[in-house]
Design a protein around this ligand. Structure first.
Ligand code: SAH
Length: 367
């Protein structure tokens, strides 16, 4: 009885949320609720009314879902007992923690079990001022990048909106601390799952309360999708995984680069900057003897000349499925120097969580 879809016309009692993410939701297919997680106050209000309840219960449900993190409507003590019992089995959309491991730096890797039994990885990364969650957007990943454990494990399916929002609530609860930042750098390619990622961004911003500027979506580049993403004019940061400063190198590392040449990707990134006025972050995994030469650094600087960008160098994190090496500190420094001399904004990201196999590229659905 609770599986009825929402009416297509939902009366909007929208509070003062940023306009752009409101607009995003009107473009998207309606969320099928339940599962309830990921739904806005307006959607939840329409749903409770459909269940014969007064409209103010929508706001209450919203609060209990996102602030108290209930896993069943039976837990909502402000609801009448009879309805609580009748609605106890309504799917809320929460996962269960199947396994977790904590690295000495506090970075915590979670294997989460979804309702259909699939397992995904989520990582909580604490620093003195922040708690960042690295979320997955798919079960596995179809992109098969040669240095990435997720890509080696194959692909199963896209995650639904509620499965993305759940990851953030799970980390928040486990740390007992509010999440401040979100990066879509876990398993999967977010721009192959754009509708659910956009719906999750809306919910994380408006329902969970995380600022758009504190969220980053990372993509390896899917033709036309960066332009489409830009059209939403979000304040979210876009990170593009480049890894190679010429077409041949990119093809060697990223199979999909064959169908989407570097020149086209960079042209689309330039459009993104023009449309949004926001700079793009370029991620570049440093692999010793493969893409870390000073010539590569010069080529990279040339690719990005006159471009509002920031380069994030990620020294390779070892995975058992691949035979690459991390460059030594001297080589990394020399690479950085070339970029800096050419006025490219650059930082080196030493991944946290190495000891728990929770660092960039090490995510696979196993312990
Ligand atoms: N599919 C998206 C998001 C997931 S990967 C993307 O490709 O951007 C998130 C980041 O981790 C990417 O920049 C990716 O290239 C990087 N990464 C993957 N494997 C890595 C490894 N073994 N060591 C270091 N970084 C890695």
């Amino acid at each position: 009885m609770f599986a009825t879809p929402l009416p297509s016309q939902v009366s909007s009692t929208t509070p003062d949320y940023p306009a752009s993410l409101e607009e995003v939701t009107t473009d998207l297919p309606k969320l099928a609720i339940p599962p309830l997680l990921g739904a806005s106050v307006a959607d939840l209000t329409a749903w409770v009314q459909q269940q014969g309840q007064p409209s103010y219960r929508g706001k209450q449900l919203h609060q209990w879902l996102y602030q108290k993190g209930v896993r069943s409507l039976a837990e909502i003590s402000v609801f009448p007992k009879q309805w609580r019992e009748a609605a106890a089995d309504t799917p809320v959309g929460r996962s269960t923690i199947h396994y977790q491991s904590v690295a000495p730096d506090g970075t915590t890797k979670y294997l989460l079990r979804l309702a259909d039994g699939n397992i995904i990885e989520t990582v909580g990364i604490p620093t003195p001022k922040r708690l960042t969650v690295c979320v997955s957007s798919q079960v596995g990943c179809p992109m098969a990048c040669d240095f990435c454990a997720t890509g080696k494990g194959g692909y199963k399916r896209n995650l639904a909106c509620h499965e993305i929002v759940d990851q953030v609530l799970t980390v928040q609860e486990d740390f007992g601390q509010r999440v401040s930042n979100i990066v879509f750098m876990g398993m999967g390619e977010p721009l192959l799952n754009t509708d659910n990622v956009l719906a999750a961004l809306r919910s994380l911003n408006q329902d969970v309360g995380i600022g758009q500027r504190s969220m980053t979506v990372s993509t390896v580049g899917i033709r036309d999708r960066i332009r489409q993403f830009a059209a939403h004019h979000l304040q979210v940061t876009l990170a593009v995984s480049l890894h190679g400063s010429n077409q041949q190198l990119r093809e060697q590392l990223i199979p999909s680069a064959r169908h989407y040449p570097l020149a086209d990707l960079l042209a689309e990134c330039r459009e993104y900057v023009e449309i949004t006025g926001r700079r793009v972050t370029f991620e570049y995994v440093l692999l010793a003897g493969v893409n870390d030469s000073l010539k590569c650094a010069v080529d990279l600087a040339n690719c990005l000349r006159g471009f509002q960008s920031h380069v994030n160098l990620i020294p390779y994190n070892p995975i058992k499925e691949a035979d690459y090496q991390r460059p030594n500190g001297k080589q990394i420094e020399a690479f950085v120097n070339v970029l800096e001399e050419k006025n490219i904004a650059v930082s080196v990201r030493y991944s946290k969580g190495l000891a728990a196999d929770a660092a960039c590229g090490q995510l696979r659905a196993s312990q």
